[in-house]
Write a protein that binds this ligand. Structure first.
Ligand SMILES: *Cc1c(COP(=O)(O)O)cnc(C)c1O
Length: 421
């Protein structure tokens, strides 16, 4: 007898097939019978260099035989120290401190706790958090609280805390969103502790894009009013938007930056919350009551840190930026091909991410177009997982031109099949 496996974000009652993957290599997943499936969403936005990269595989093998896991409270190890050195080449120099955890959600929880701890330890009552409409920051309680409310978290509403929400700075409505932020920041009665945003592109909220200039202005408003600026780069980090971190494009150095997904090349769970010296200093004291009260069993797991170090080595030694530029150019050419097509709207690109909406009357996540599209792509051996009627492509950087072309062709076929004309 076997226990039933309960899958995430899966309605088992719909009886959809759950294919079993036997192995993976590069941009492909393989079924046991050898069927090759192109992983056009980087296995849910985590894989950057492609599956089973030999450098990361070797690092995991070596590290797991030497030092597998150990307590990180009061002790340290070489892979973590090496990662602290390596990351300094990729982060703004004002982010001098790194705190480890093991997922994007926990990286966000850590960021929120750091922000509130900062004000608490300075003796200021600032507990309000500001968020952006349509955001997603993870599925734990705190992360859900700062994310969009909806069918995803309706049942848990009593557990979620109140936040101040600014509008998404959609094209043409940017100033209104900035003004709202300013109003919140100026509120003398209820001064906000921090603003948390997904820089440049809101992932789970529907691949919604805003410009680096707006990101820069939001950061500037926060700075002017002494409100902490938290960048959730869990999805955008490690090259997705064309630069290593999205904040680079806006010339913004956040007070706190969260990364996870691509940190280990998307192979093994590890997260980092990077913080400015001011955040760290607010917790630095001879008073034990002011320490940062957060830990998890696997904080800075040595095998995960070794995988992250291997990821950094790939960024240093391989033409990762060229691969990314290649995808950006291919997406652009594909966008031109789609420009005059009927049946779609909202065609947009942010770095290696291309997104569009299939025109459909019931265009929300719960419309059944999402599952039907998923099945359409699955039948054609392409792993794409639309968000409702939003189709997006987010490939691993190793993807070959021909592979990307076959993804494009299947997307065109889906537009022909489903797009209202
Ligand atoms: C995926 C994601 C998270 C949550 O990361 P997990 O590792 O799934 O917990 C948080 N923020 C953003 C922007 C994400 O895309």
């Amino acid at each position: 007898m076997s226990l039933n496996i309960w899958h995430p974000f899966t309605q088992h009652g719909l009886g959809e097939p759950i294919p079993e993957i036997a192995r993976a290599e590069g941009a492909a997943l393989y079924l046991a019978d050898g069927t090759r499936i192109i992983d056009a969403i980087s296995s849910w936005w985590v894989q950057t260099h492609g599956h089973c990269h030999p450098g990361i595989v070797a690092a995991i093998q070596e590290q797991s035989a030497r030092l597998d896991q150990m307590i990180f409270a009061g002790w340290t190890h070489q892979p973590a120290r090496e990662l602290a050195v390596g990351l300094s080449d990729f982060l703004p120099e004002t982010l001098e401190h790194i705190f480890f955890s093991d997922s994007g959600s926990t990286a966000v929880e850590v960021a929120l706790k750091m922000a509130l701890g900062y004000w608490h330890n300075r003796g200021e009552t600032r507990q309000k958090l500001l968020v952006m409409e349509h955001s997603y920051h993870g599925d734990t309680i705190g992360a859900m609280s700062v994310g969009a409310r909806g069918v995803f978290n309706q049942a848990y509403a009593p557990l979620l805390f109140d936040v101040g929400t600014i509008a998404f700075p959609a094209a043409g409505a940017e100033q209104a969103a900035l003004d709202q932020l300013e109003v919140f920041c100026k509120d003398g009665e209820n001064r906000p502790a921090a603003l948390i945003v997904e820089p440049l592109i809101l992932g789970a909220g529907g691949m919604k894009i805003y410009s680096p200039a707006i990101l820069a202005q939001m950061a500037a408003i926060c700075r002017a009013h002494d409100v902490l600026f938290i960048a959730d780069e869990v999805m955008t980090g490690w090259g997705r938007t064309g630069t290593v971190f999205a904040c680079e494009q806006a010339g913004v150095a956040p007070d706190i930056l969260c990364m996870a997904k691509g940190l280990t090349g998307g192979v093994i769970p590890l997260a980092v919350t990077a913080a400015s010296d001011a955040i760290y200093q607010a917790h630095f004291s001879e008073d034990r009551a002011q320490m940062f009260f957060h830990s998890s069993s696997f904080t800075a797991n040595p095998i995960a840190c070794a995988a992250a170090n291997a990821n950094l080595a790939i960024w240093r030694d391989e033409p990762v930026r060229q691969r990314i530029d290649g995808i950006i150019a291919s997406h652009r050419a594909f966008s031109e091909r789609l420009e005059h097509r009927s049946g779609i709207s909202g065609l947009r690109q942010c770095g290696t991410i291309l997104a569009l909406e299939i025109d459909d009357n019931a265009g929300d996540y719960m419309s059944d177009l999402g599952p039907r599209l998923l099945g359409f792509f699955r039948d054609r051996n392409i792993l794409l997982r639309p968000l409702g009627n939003t189709i997006y492509i987010m490939p691993p950087y190793c993807i070959a031109r021909e592979e990307l072309e076959s993804v494009y062709r299947v997307v065109e076929a889906a537009i022909d099949h489903f797009g209202a004309s």
